[in-house]
Design a protein around this ligand. Structure first.
Ligand code: ADP
Ligand code: MG
Length: 254
């Protein structure tokens, strides 16, 4: 399955229009994210980055346009929980872990929430398999030695990694991170870059929203630059740096 998915579009947005009252946040956006890639979406504050994620997750309903998962699942017809179950995982800017529970318990809970609903395949999981998945994700997020600590005492960066871990428990095919390094120290930021790079997989598309170019440059394989809800650049990050329109927008000369 993984080989077939490589290069295919995980998410395909066409002719997207989003308005809030009279305000047009996204006039007409076409955007794709492919399996095996880490897509960066960058742009100044107010560019419409979070709005795009809100549309994909079903939180905001667009006026017009198509939003397809796997080129065939029409996300506009699904509810937010249905979209999550279809394989879309989204991390918000503010971490929302269960502070009184341990790191391990948070991860177990993330699996159970999903298993208890529709995914019957997981219901049959024996405890050793659950434990193995938890151990795997603890390793991936670098939280193995914090497994039994209450999530409430973790440093800000560790809480963010735990929340990414909670998303990973569900093996999302589309993983979306909104400003994952906001408020992090330099060392937490570089740990997060390592973590996100390790998450790249042929059967997973990763979408990272940031207004800071430097972090995206470290991790993204492709980048889209948004300005007032319109993509003004799509391509390699190295080329974005030297693009005249991108420079104007970032230097505030537009
Ligand atoms: P970004 O994440 O790129 O900083 P947003 O997607 O949050 O930008 O916002 C894009 C524009 O849409 C901004 O001008 C913002 O004020 C507006 N906006 C976003 N959500 C709402 C909303 N729920 N109601 C009204 N305006 C909104
Ligand atoms: Mg935002």
């Amino acid at each position: 399955m993984a080989a077939e998915m490589r290069g295919a579009h995980a998410i395909q947005v066409e002719g997207l229009r989003v308005t809030f009252g009279d305000f047009v946040a996204i006039p007409n956006l076409t955007f794709t994210a492919s399996y095996g890639e880490i897509h960066g979406v960058i742009g100044p504050n107010g560019a419409g980055k979070t709005t795009l994620l809100d549309v994909i997750t079903g939180k905001t309903r667009p006026k017009e346009g198509t939003v397809l998962l796997d080129g065939k699942i029409d996300l506009r017809r699904l509810s937010e929980p249905q979209i999550a179950l279809a394989g879309v995982g989204r991390k918000f800017q503010k971490p929302s872990v269960f502070e009184a529970l341990s790191v391990r318990e948070n991860l177990e809970l993330a699996l159970r929430l999903r298993a208890g609903s529709i995914l019957s395949e997981l219901r049959g999981w024996t405890d050793p398999r659950r434990a193995a998945r938890v151990a795997e994700v603890l390793g991936e997020t670098g939280l193995t030695d914090r497994a039994d600590a209450p999530a409430g005492i973790l440093a800000h960066g560790q809480k963010q990694w735990l929340e990414i871990g909670m998303l990973l428990m569900q093996r999302p095919k589309l993983l979306m991170l909104d400003e994952p390094v906001a408020g992090m120290t330099d060392s937490e930021t570089s740990h997060t870059a390592d973590l996100v790079r390790r998450l790249r997989a042929p059967d997973r598309a990763i979408l990272v929203i940031e207004h800071d170019m430097a972090f995206v440059e470290e991790i993204a394989t492709r980048v889209t630059v948004l300005h007032e809800g319109t993509p003004i650049f799509a391509g390699a990050m190295a080329d974005a740096r030297t693009d005249a329109r991108v420079r104007d927008v970032y230097l505030g000369r537009h």
